[in-house]
Write a protein of this length. Structure first.
Length: 128
């Protein structure tokens, strides 16, 4: 069953959770112009179309859809520098007590979960 919330379709993936390490590493190397389509494509594949994006044979057509060279992608996600970037980002999130996704930090306050976005926006509007 697909649910719709804030104009976004969502379906609980039948194989939740998956190993998302390669997907997360990919975020640190893809071209900025491809980052938003990459994130949206991976999110929809997993949370809307019930795909196992941890499998290379599933991931390849998704990368092609985002105009990302699969050979470069699979090479760079194994690069120690990319691995280190993800480790650093994870450590930074842990130090800020970030838990789960999405997490928003606004004015040094943590808002966790999509249903808290309105609270994060309210806090942001207090500042700006």
């Amino acid at each position: 069953m697909i649910l719709t919330y804030n104009n976004h379709d969502f379906k609980w993936n039948s194989i939740f959770p998956i190993n998302s390490l390669n997907i997360m590493r990919g975020c640190f190397d893809i071209n900025l112009s491809n980052r938003d389509p990459y994130i949206e494509t991976m999110f929809n594949a997993y949370w809307k179309y019930d795909l196992d994006i941890s499998k290379e044979e599933i991931l390849i057509p998704l990368l092609e859809q985002c105009k990302i060279d699969k050979d470069i992608f699979f090479k760079t996600i194994k690069d120690p520098a990319i691995k280190e970037k993800l480790k650093d980002a994870t450590k930074n999130a842990h130090e800020k007590e970030v838990f789960g996704a999405p997490t928003f930090i606004v004015n040094n306050k943590i808002f966790w979960g999509q249903d808290r976005l309105e609270f994060a926006l309210d806090e942001y509007n207090k500042i700006y």
